[in-house]
Design a binder for this molecule. Structure first.
Ligand code: NAD
Length: 489
C-alpha cells in the first residue's frame, strides 16, 4: 500500500502550517536510501506560533472541556488510529527502517495507550476535609498548562503517544517536537486528532533540530512543563535549561539493561527471549537487554546457542512481513554502533557472529554477539543502541547482582531462573525501574515505566503519570468562627 502523501507541513493550531523558516528537508528510507518524503522543519517563529496556539486552546474551550469529553476524544483518536493503522504502519516502517511486524505491534500499543488514559481520567480527583473540626479543606486537580514534549527517533509514534495521552487526559495542551529524521507518523496522528474533534491548538507538532528548536521549546516562557525522552547526555542539558526559569520536568533516558541467566533457568525459554530482547527494533531500544549475564557453569553453552540463534534472525526489507530485523536509522548511526564493536575487539573480547558492515544500500548491521567480555569494557558500559549483545559471565547470585548494578543506568532488567523466590529476591536488589522475572516484555499500559539513576525520573504508562501533568490546589476556609492570628488581628 502506498503512503498517502510525500509532503509534510508542520501542524499548528489544528491545521498544516508552512514553516516560517521556509526549511524543508528530504527524508530518505534508511533501509534503501530511496527518497521517502519532504518534511517541513520549524524555526523559532514556528515554536512561538505553536505555543501561542496551545495557550489559546487552554484559555478557550479546551480549558473547560470536562473529563468525560476528553475521554471520548481519546477513544475517538484510538479508533482513528485503528482505522488508519495500515497507512501508519507502512509510513513508520519506511521512515525508521524497522520491521513492519514490530511497527504493527507498536501501533496497537499506541492505540491501547490512548484507551488506557481515556479510562484513567476517571481517577483524577481531589480530596476533602481530612482533618475535620471547623476547618474546611478541599483540593482540586488542574492541568499544569502547556506541555513541551520532545521525543526520539527509535519509536516515533509510540514515544509520542506515551506523552500525548496522559497530557491530553489531564487537560493540558501540547507542543510536541519529534526528531527531525522521523516526524511523519505523529504529524499524521495530529491531523487525525483534528478530524475526530480535538480543538485547534490542543496538539501542535513542530519537527526540528534538538539543540536549536528543541532547546528553544524547553526554555519558552509559554511552556509550563517539559517531558523528554532521549539520551542521558541530552537529558542533562535539558535539566540545566529547565533550571531558569524553573520548569516541571520528567526525563526518560538511556539504558544498558542486564539480562541475568542462572543455571537453573529454562533455557528453551530464556535463550530465544534474550535474543528477542536485544534484537527487537535492531537494538535501538532504551530497554534493550544489551548485557547478557550468564552463570559461569553454562557460559560457553549459552554463548553457542545465542550465536546460533543470532545467525537465524531474518534481517531484510522492513516491509516484508517475514522480516524480524530491519535496518538501523542511518549509516551515520551504524558507524557509531560499529565503533563500539571494534572497541570490544581492541579490549580483548571475541565477536562470535556479526560485527561487520556488509555491502549494499541501506543502514543494515548484523546481529552481533560479543563474548569473553568484562563488564567494565566500553561496550558493556555505554549504550550502543544497535543489535549488539555483550555476554558476561558471573559466579553466583551476589556477583550477578553486583554486575547488573554496575552501570550508570537503571531502566530495565530481566532475570531467568527456575526458582521463583530467587527471582523475587534478585528483583528487590536490582536498581532499575522495571524487573522482569522469566518475562522479556516490558511496556504495558498501566504498569509504571521509567528509570533509576541516570535513566531518568518520573514514570510513564501509569496512573501516576497523570500527576506529572496536574497541579494540586488546596482550598481552605473555616466553617465556624476563625481563631485570631498571632498578631491578634
Ligand atoms: P537524543 O537525546 O539525541 O534526541 C532525542 C530528542 O531530543 C530528539 O527529538 C532531538 O532532536 C532532541 N534534542 C537533542 N538535543 C536537544 C537539546 N539540546 N535540547 C532539546 N532537545 C534536544 O536521543 P536519540 O539518539 O534521538 O534517542 C535515543 C535515546 O533515547 C537513547 O539514549 C534511548 O535510550 C533513549 N530512549 C529512552 C526511552 C525511555 O523511555 N527511557 C525510550 C526511548 C528512547
Amino acid at each position: 500500500m502506498a503512503v498517502a502523501t510525500t509532503e509534510y507541513a508542520l501542524f499548528i493550531n489544528g491545521e498544516p502550517a508552512e514553516p516560517a523558516s521556509g526549511e524543508v528537508r528530504e527524508l530518505r528510507e534508511p533501509a534503501s536510501g530511496d527518497p521517502l518524503a519532504r518534511a517541513a522543519m520549524g524555526g523559532e517563529a514556528d515554536v512561538d506560533r505553536a505555543v501561542d496556539a496551545a495557550r489559546a486552546a487552554l484559555a478557550g474551550p479546551w480549558g473547560k472541556t470536562p473529563g468525560t469529553e476528553r475521554s471520548r476524544l481519546l477513544h475517538a483518536l484510538a479508533d482513528a488510529i485503528v482505522a488508519n493503522r495500515k497507512e501508519l504502519a507502512e509510513l513508520e516502517s519506511r521512515n525508521v527502517g524497522k520491521a513492519i511486524s514490530s511497527v504493527k505491534a507498536e501501533i496497537a500499543g499506541a492505540t491501547e495507550h490512548f484507551r488506557y488514559y481515556a479510562s484513567a481520567i476517571a481517577s483524577i480527583a481531589g480530596r476533602s476535609n481530612p482533618i475535620g473540626g471547623s476547618l474546611l479543606f478541599y483540593s482540586q486537580k488542574e492541568p499544569v498548562g502547556v506541555a513541551g514534549q520532545i521525543v526520539p527517533w527509535n519509536y516515533p509514534l509510540l514515544m509520542a503517544t506515551w506523552k500525548l495521552a496522559p497530557a491530553l487526559a489531564a487537560g493540558c495542551s501540547v507542543v510536541l517536537k519529534p526528531d527531525p529524521q522521523t516526524p511523519l507518523s505523529v504529524l499524521r496522528v495530529a491531523e487525525l486528532a483534528g478530524e475526530v474533534g480535538f480543538p485547534p491548538g490542543v496538539i501542535n507538532v513542530v519537527p526540528g533540530d534538538g539543540p536549536t528548536i528543541g532547546a528553544y521549546l524547553v526554555k519558552h516562557p509559554g511552556v509550563d512543563k517539559v517531558a523528554f525522552t532521549g539520551s542521558t547526555k541530552t537529558g542533562g542539558e535539558i535539566m540545566r535549561l529547565c533550571s531558569d526559569p524553573i520548569k516541571r520536568l520528567t526525563l526518560e533516558l538511556g539504558g544498558k539493561s542486564p539480562n541475568l541467566v542462572f543455571a537453573d533457568a529454562n533455557l528453551a525459554d530464556a535463550i530465544p527471549s534474550s535474543v528477542w530482547a536485544i534484537y527487537y527494533a535492531a537494538g535501538q531500544s532504551c530497554e534493550a537487554r544489551s548485557r547478557l549475564l550468564v552463570e559461569q557453569s553454562m557460559y560457553d553453552d549459552v554463548v553457542a546457542q545465542v550465536t546460533d540463534l543470532s545467525q537465524k534472525v531474518k534481517v531484510g526489507d522492513p516491509l516484508d512481513a517475514e522480516t524480524q530485523m530491519g535496518s538501523l536509522i542511518s549509516t551515520a548511526h551504524r558507524e557509531k554502533v560499529h565503533g563500539f564493536v571494534d572497541s570490544a575487539r581492541e579490549e580483548g573480547a571475541e565477536v562470535t557472529t556479526g560485527g561487520s558492515i556488509g555491502e549494499g544500500a541501506g543502514a543494515f548491521y548484523p546481529p552481533t554477539v560479543i563474548a569473553q567480555a568484562g563488564n567494565r569494557m566500553l561496550a558493556a558500559q555505554e549504550e550502543i543502541f544497535g543489535p549488539v549483545v555483550t555476554v558476561i559471565p558471573f559466579d553466583d547470585e551476589a556477583d550477578a547482582i553486583r554486575i547488573a548494578n554496575d552501570v550508570k543506568y537503571g531502566l530495565m532488567a530481566t532475570v531467568w531462573t527456575g526458582d521463583p523466590a530467587k527471582g523475587h529476591r534478585i528483583a528487590s536488589k536490582i536498581k532499575s525501574g522495571t524487573v522482569g522475572i522469566n518475562m522479556p516484555y516490558t511496556a504495558f499500559p498501566g504498569i509504571p515505566f521509567g528509570g533509576y539513576k541516570q535513566s531518568g525520573f518520573g514514570r510513564e504508562l501509569a496512573l501516576e503519570t497523570l500527576d506529572l501533568y496536574l497541579e494540586t490546589k488546596s482550598v481552605v476556609t473555616y466553617t465556624g468562627s476563625r481563631p485570631t492570628n498571632p498578631f491578634g488581628l
